[in-house]
Ligand binder design. Structure first.
Ligand SMILES: [Zn+2]
Length: 466
């Protein structure tokens, strides 16, 4: 059986770049069938939700948030203390003004009091799905999701994929992913299969493999797609119908260039481990907030400013009024129905991962997905003993890596840090860009208030290579 699968999928060619089985949680046939059952049952209703009018969305969200806040207040030591200190008492959340008055929380608040935040009684740690994120803050946080939240997140992606395709997805159609880790489910009992390739795979090889698998949909880092566009031939023959970019910022022009090479639309997604799918770009160029997954506001009200979001699906580890750190601008209420059919509100801009680019002295950009892959497997592992880090490139292109170990530790583990520095040196490939690591007790305040993980003050005099 395995040999047949290997031949069919061409694993002989790309095997070195396929992720090993995910050890975060067992993927069982029973779980797969449950998600499949949920998707089949909810699919039509999930699509219909996107056509709800704004009042209906807000009323639905408020009901859900009331339940979430009351449950958190009753069962979570973290939220109970936070809200009680702010004068909250059970039942006090009646309308949106009460919601807006609840304290907002940051990643630092969670890290500082993680035991209280993660404490749950009935479900043991072995029953939950865990993922680790740096987001783009450079601060590691473990996110715990029970299976219900994980399932809900998965069906939101299934809907998202159909929105990208602009048609129903047939059960045998693959989604092809290029990412740091495999998909939560490799298929749903053989239906809706997903294949994940590492970003370490040479792009031309990946293009050939996508064509071989025959996937209509590709989900990938924009920097990887740009490399693919530059290095692989005849991408139109790969046969993709839609491409989705994630995790890094890309410009519309970059996506347009990639789209022209593939002959398929390239649409962006804005998401995080904490809040999952936040906004997705539709085939008509609008970033619709996924309003049945997350409640999005601007901190302090208004349309433009820092995002504060509440996950409407993670009841096990609630993120309520969570300051993710990105700046957003919300579209006006009068937007009406989009040509794609959605009435979900839209973001007219978001800035999170912009400007996080390291450059070589010839002006070329160090591929951000490669940098991300590198710190993901070195600095962000538990063994690394790194609580927070920043990469700073100065005006002369020299790079400082600032590393903060956990409280009580003098130093991070040497091996992962050395591996990170060696990997970065290799990616930059220029001895004229010296790299130095500094262990700090606290991030310099000028950096700690910035969400940016990478800050570059280097502006090459020559034109960028891309
Ligand atoms: Zn739309």
């Amino acid at each position: 059986m395995l040999d047949v699968a290997a031949q069919t999928l061409g694993l002989d060619e790309i095997g070195a770049h396929v992720h090993s089985t995910d050890d975060r949680r067992d993927e069982t046939g029973e779980h797969q069938r449950r998600v499949l059952r949920r998707w089949r049952r909810d699919r039509e209703r999930l699509h219909a939700r996107t056509t709800w009018d704004p009042e209906q969305v807000a009323a639905w969200q408020l009901d859900r948030i009331r339940m979430l806040v009351e449950t958190a207040f009753a069962t979570s030591p973290f939220y109970h203390r936070l809200y009680a200190d702010a004068g909250y008492e059970s039942g006090a959340l009646v309308d949106w003004s009460d919601y807006a008055a609840l304290p907002a929380i940051s990643k630092q608040d969670i890290v500082d009091d993680f035991e209280a935040f993660a404490w749950r009684k009935p479900l043991g740690a072995e029953d939950v799905y865990r993922s680790r994120t740096s987001g783009s803050t450079g601060q590691a946080l473990t996110i715990l999701q029970d299976q219900a939240a994980s399932d809900a997140g998965h069906v939101f992606y299934l809907r998202h994929y159909e929105q990208l395709l602009g048609r129903p997805r047939r059960e045998e159609e693959w989604v092809y992913e290029i990412y740091l880790a495999p998909n939560r489910y490799s298929s749903l009992d053989g239906r809706f299969p997903a294949f994940t390739l590492s970003q370490t795979c040479p792009p031309a090889l990946a293009a050939r493999h996508i064509a071989r698998v025959g996937a209509p949909l590709l989900w990938a880092f924009p920097s990887y797609l740009l490399r693919m566009s530059a290095e692989a031939e005849d991408l139109a023959s790969v046969g993709l119908e839609a491409i989705c970019t994630h995790s890094e910022s890309s410009t519309r022009e970059e996506r347009r260039q990639v789209a022209a090479r593939f002959g398929a639309p390239v649409l962006d997604e804005y998401s995080s481990e904490e809040l999952y799918l936040i906004a997705t770009e539709c085939r008509h160029g609008r970033y619709h907030v996924v309003e049945d997954n997350v409640r999005v506001d601007v901190l302090g009200g208004g349309k433009h400013g820092e995002i504060v979001g509440t996950s409407l699906i993670n009841t096990y580890m609630p993120f309520i009024r969570y300051r993710q750190g990105d700046a957003i601008e919300l579209a006006g209420d009068a937007a009406g129905t989009c040509a794609c059919g959605s009435r979900f509100t839209a973001l007219t801009s978001f800035h999170g991962r912009a400007d996080q680019l390291l450059r070589r002295r010839d002006g070329s950009v160090v591929p951000p997905d490669q940098v991300m892959g590198l710190y993901d497997r070195t600095l962000l592992t538990r063994d690394a003993r790194v609580e927070e880090f920043r990469i700073v490139q100065d005006e002369q292109a020299a790079i400082d890596v600032l590393v903060r170990p956990p409280a009580g530790d003098d130093h991070p583990s040497p091996a992962p840090l050395s591996e990170f520095l060696a990997g970065l040196e290799e990616l930059i490939g220029d001895r004229g860009c010296p790299i130095a690591a500094h262990v700090v007790d606290a991030m310099p305040s000028v950096l700690s208030h910035k969400r940016r993980l990478i800050t570059s003050r280097y502006e090459p005099s020559r034109q960028e290579s891309r």
